[in-house]
Ligand binder design. Structure first.
Ligand SMILES: Cc1cc2nc3c(=O)[nH]c(=O)nc-3n(C[C@H](O)[C@H](O)[C@H](O)COP(=O)(O)OP(=O)(O)OC[C@H]3O[C@@H](n4cnc5c(N)ncnc54)[C@H](O)[C@@H]3O)c2cc1C
Length: 1022
């Protein structure tokens, strides 16, 4: 019987806590418990010994000394290590190598160093490469001459070999058998060595990936069990598993599926590991998976208590860099006691620090879930270590670190607690140390000399291709200036400095909180981490009480009356200063920020958007208000202009009159609000017409503006159809400008209407659609491509102007990418957008549904179906207008004729093997053909060749280019949004030039010498 997912109840403290307070608490808890001078005395000899005996050829320490990642060479090496081995075709491999080596200076790097590494391998491969490639690099897309080409191929082959050799330092073997044999070799003469094997690879994106990982974990456990016999999990080799590898949707929003689908897989592995009595540890992943991981862990504990109650080999990794880490340890101990078990807990500092910081900033979260100062993580580590030692009856601690100071601190605490006897002999409650294969060998050689403490080596197993992400993470982690391994390699850092006590708190953060990302003048909008129950609750509550009602359309006379009222209100509103108007926008922004759950609930109910999309939309509206407030303050001030003496010249900007703002249903709050507040802050009064389908959220926003102090005769909400209310507003003689977002045909219609009118010629700001492409070359990482494609093409059911419509994939990786796309499509959840688990909700209405499904039917006959999400009949019965995401392969880029505003992706292959008429052979042809479509909104580029990405961006005629990420979700002031060609008139919304288009301009010239002469000049001369 499958275990039912428990309701999401928080087991842990709030994740976004005040760092200084957490650290102060930790230091207070440690008080007197650690003698740091003694730590230095213990560890300094290790450091000196390591430095006296240079690390072996290719060790991480040597590598970092030669190529710090802060240098161009180190960065080039890391980039090549990440990508080169997976590139299938020579052309791209050559271009990538040329691109990276072209920027680095490898020659001479080995001069004066004792290491053989560069002299023997890198220098011969990489320097040789460089000699061959500079000329080639300058024209890397042009086919080179035969000789040069031969040379380039040789160089690439040598570089590939160099990276393979580098990679081999961090994998124990390509297969588990090879790794086990290597482990046995290393164990000779070092009996306290154990291994924990890690089967390498990217996280699963598809069910097939997950099955592959499951099979490989299973095979590994069986092999370990059949290999060296050991009596207990403490002395046996074991395995480390990643839950994200065993289930492609390992995320909090999918907890029902996690329990139904993932749990049985892990239980199967547990049966094998428990029967063989070896250690199985669950690796720690991103912070937003922590609560889910603990729920899964407890469910597995219950299973173990039933099936394998005597087994003590089940374990979990805990990250000390999380501000909640101590609570996690207490929770694991509680679970152990509750189920009568003893666990192994691996304490690590944490491997995703940079990613966690970025996620918190992007998400507008209230704080960081991890410490921002390295030494705070070190403090947390020792506090957690002490807690683990304190829970010895239910936890076997596994301390995983390469930091000599941290190790010495642990040994001191263990000795003090009696875990290790003062003479070093093992006491009854043991623990172990852990390191990564290929790292920390020098330090551990010294630490393990007395033979008292066992050490387990985390040993990655896999082919070169699977190693890349792991290798790069290690390079990054250890290349950081603050990293112990990095500083150990730098002999200018004295041992005492390297080992200096971390035990002091810093009150300030290392960088601003997410809210302060944009500096003092503009507060970032507030987001929410939906995996955190405390943050999700207000959204659930708001949804429960939200309702939508029907509202009647404005009648013709109401439109006329509104225009008269707005014209009447213009003088007073435009007479206020820009600073006053900006202050009102700020007040509105704060109110909207605070009422985010209420607006989200309305968006879900009225526009059928998923909660994640709704939060992003409310945030965008808040950002628009604050950004345009800042822009108005900075740009609408009088400018004094230079001129001759005896005269003053100033340039002033002012509102034009009544602006008509017409917005679409796909961003019924963000686009609506952006248009309206830009027009208002520049001094115009505004007739605001939302889309016919989504009037309520727009009305609520206008009420909010009025509540913030914007006068009722400065902005009026007018609901109705485009053909009636919209057309009447545009045609009205009082209209001083139109801001429109919608389809290209309607924009043309508005343009013609305005042109046909007598009276002043007024501006039209039009943002329209796009035939947006993503160009993928063969250096791209398929998993990253798929993540970006799924988000860009199918999120919001493809109903974004920026959405991906055309995926152009290099033929060398096309089959693999298409296979993964098919698998990823199969994993999407369709249905009611009010449910957190829903990835894709319905399209907006019956008309949209009809148009999209007709297009899909046409494609079924004319193109090759690549994959689609299954649409459950119960879903289509309960949720109107559901269109299942689908992907088709088409022959040529030019076959794509029109924008289909739904979850339909078109895929084309490009490359020298595509010989059909009109097929794109190289990257330049792809860009030219995309340009020829005539639209110019967004473009995605996926490549590791930096110069190629830059060149494509230079030649593409599009407004927004996104490299190696998704191509949706432009952030106000960060990625100003809007295109060219058929995609719109500009200027970009959320950009520094937007407000000008809403303004009239005036210069005032005063002849200051008119009254008799130039007094100023004469006074200055005296
Ligand atoms: C056996 C083993 C298993 C591991 N398993 C996992 C795992 O399952 N999950 C996982 O996430 N990691 C895992 N790691 C990696 C581990 O988390 C560390 O990243 C790595 O070991 C470096 O820590 P250190 O103590 O050796 O080095 P140190 O140099 O002392 O510490 C470096 C670490 O400090 C932290 N840090 C760096 N800069 C800052 C800063 N500005 N503010 C706050 N903290 C900062 C980061 O965590 C960084 O990795 C494992 C490591 C080992 C040895």
């Amino acid at each position: 019987m499958p275990t039912i997912a428990p309701p999401p109840v928080s087991r842990l403290p709030f994740p976004y806590r005040d760092e200084a307070a957490v650290v102060a608490h930790s230091l207070a808890a440690l008080q007197g418990g650690l003698d740091w001078p003694a730590v230095i005395s213990a560890a300094a000899p290790w450091v000196r010994a390591v430095r006296e005996q240079p690390a072996p050829f290719w060790a991480m320490e040597s590598l970092l000394r030669e190529y710090p990642i802060s240098s161009a060479e180190g960065l080039a090496l890391m980039r090549l290590a990440e990508a080169l081995l997976r590139v299938p075709d020579a052309e791209t491999a050559i271009a990538l190598t040329a691109d990276q080596l072209g920027r680095a200076d490898f020659e001479g790097a080995s001069e004066g160093t004792p290491h053989r590494m560069l002299a023997s391998l890198s220098a011969s491969a990489i320097s040789l490469s460089k000699k061959f490639l500079p000329e080639f690099a300058s024209s890397s897309e042009n086919p080179p001459g035969v000789l040069q080409r031969l040379g380039a191929r040789t160089v690439v082959a040598a570089t590939v070999r160099a990276i393979q050799l580098l990679g081999r330092q961090f994998v124990l073997g390509r297969t588990i058998a090879e790794a086990m044999s290597e482990a046995d070799g290393q164990r000779k003469g070092a009996t306290q060595l154990r291994f924990s094997y890690d089967m390498l690879g990217e996280g699963a994106r598809t069910e097939r990936d997950a099955e592959r990982y499951l099979a490989s974990y299973r095979h590994a456990i069986e092999s370990i069990a059949a290999g060296r016999k050991a009596l207990s999990p403490f002395s046996a080799d074991g395995i480390s598993i990643k839950l994200s590898a065993l289930f492609s949707r390992y995320e909090d929003a999918q907890r029902e599926r996690v329990f139904a689908e993932l749990l049985p897989r892990v239980e199967g592995l547990i049966d094998l590991a428990a029967t063989a009595n070896l250690n199985l540890t669950i690796d720690a992943e991103e912070c937003d998976r922590l609560e889910l991981s603990l729920d899964v862990f407890e469910a597995l504990a219950a299973y173990i208590a039933r099936r394998h109650p005597l087994w003590q080999g089940f374990g979990l990794a805990v990250q000390a860099y999380q501000t909640r880490s101590l609570a996690v340890i207490d929770e694991v101990a509680r679970i152990a006691r509750a189920h009568g078990l003893r666990f192994m807990v691996r304490l690590v500092k944490g491997a995703y620090w940079d990613g966690e910081i970025k996620r918190a900033q992007e998400g507008g979260l209230p704080a960081y879930p991890v410490f921002t100062h390295k030494h705070h993580t070190d403090i947390s580590y020792v506090v957690c270590a002490r807690a683990l030692i304190g829970h010895a009856e239910v936890i076997y601690p596994q301390f995983a670190t390469h930091n000599a100071g941290t190790i010495a601190a642990i040994l001191q605490m263990a000795r003090a607690s009696g875990t290790v006897a003062p003479d070093g002999s093992r006491a009854s409650a043991p623990f172990e140390l852990q390191r990564l294969h290929g790292m920390g060998e020098g330090v551990y050689r010294e630490v393990l000399k007395d033979g008292s403490v066992p050490c387990r080596v985390y040993a990655p197993v896999g082919e070169h291709r699977d190693l890349l992400a792991y290798l790069v993470r290690r390079l990054l982690e250890n290349g950081a200036n603050s990293s112990f391994v990095h500083q150990l390699a730098d002999e200018t850092v004295a041992a005492e400095v390297l080992l200096a006590s971390p035990l002091q708190a810093v009150d300030t953060l290392a960088f601003p909180l997410p809210a302060d990302l944009y500096g003092p003048s503009r507060r970032n909008s507030t987001g929410a981490d939906l995996s955190c129950m405390a943050m999700r609750q207000p959204f659930d509550d708001a949804l429960a009480s939200a309702h939508v009602e029907t509202v009647s359309h404005a009648r013709a006379e109401e439109v006329t009356a509104a225009m008269a009222r707005l014209q009447g209100g213009f003088a007073a509103w435009s007479g206020r200063t820009a600073l006053e108007r900006a202050a009102l926008l700020r007040r509105a922004a704060d109110a909207l920020d605070a009422r985010c759950p209420e607006f989200c609930a309305l968006l879900i109910k009225e526009a059928h958007k998923t909660l994640g999309d709704c939060i992003a939309e409310v945030r965008e509206a808040v950002d628009f208000c604050r950004y345009y407030a800042v822009q108005a303050e900075e740009r609408l001030q009088e400018q004094v202009l230079p001129g001759p003496t005896g005269e003053s010249n100033v340039l002033r900007l002012h509102g034009r009159g009544v602006f008509v703002c017409i917005s679409p249903w796909n961003f019924p709050l963000a686009i609506f609000a952006g248009q309206v507040v830009a027009a208002l802050v520049t001094g115009n009064t505004v007739a605001a017409k939302p889309a016919e389908q989504t009037p309520l959220v727009a009305r609520r926003f206008i009420e909010l503006l009025h509540g913030a102090g914007v006068p009722e005769d400065a902005v009026v909400w007018l609901h109705g159809a485009g053909e009636t209310v919209g057309a009447a507003l545009v045609a009205d003689a009082r209209t001083a400008g139109v801001c429109f977002t919608g389809s290209t045909p309607v924009a043309r219609l508005i343009n013609r209407t305005l042109a046909a009118k007598d009276g002043p010629i007024v501006p039209l700001i039009a943002e329209t659609g796009g035939l947006n492409a993503m160009l993928v070359d063969s250096s791209a990482l398929p998993e990253q491509v798929i993540d970006a494609v799924v988000q860009s093409a199918f999120r919001s059911a493809g109903q974004r102007c920026s959405a991906l419509r055309l995926l152009c994939v290099h033929e060398g990786i096309a089959d693999g990418v298409i296979e993964m796309l098919k698998g990823a499509l199969a994993e999407l959840n369709l249905g009611d957008p009010a449910l957190l688990a829903t990835d894709v909700g319905p399209v907006i209405d019956g008309e949209a549904f009809g148009g999209i499904t007709r297009h899909i039917e046409r494609l079924r006959g004319a193109a090759r179906l690549l994959g689609e999400t299954a649409l459950d009949s119960s879903v289509s019965l309960n949720v109107a207008h559901m269109v299942a995401p689908v992907a088709f392969e088409i022959a040529r880029i030019a076959d794509l004729k029109e924008e289909i505003f739904g979850p339909v992706l078109h895929v084309v292959r490009w490359g020298p093997g595509q010989t059909g008429a009109g097929a794109a052979l190289d990257v330049n042809a792809v860009v030219a053909q995309i340009n020829a479509l005539g639209y110019g909104l967004t473009l995605g580029i996926q490549t590791r060749i930096d110069s190629r990405a830059q060149r494509i961006a230079d030649t593409a005629r599009v407004g927004n280019v996104y490299v190696n990420r998704n191509m949706i979700g432009a952030v106000v002031g960060v990625q100003p949004f809007g295109g060219e060609g058929l995609s719109g008139s500009g200027p970009k919304a959320g950009g520094p030039h937007y407000l000008y288009r809403f303004c009239g301009e005036q210069t005032v010239t005063v002849n200051t010498a008119a009254a008799g002469g130039n007094a100023e000049l004469l006074a200055g001369l005296s």
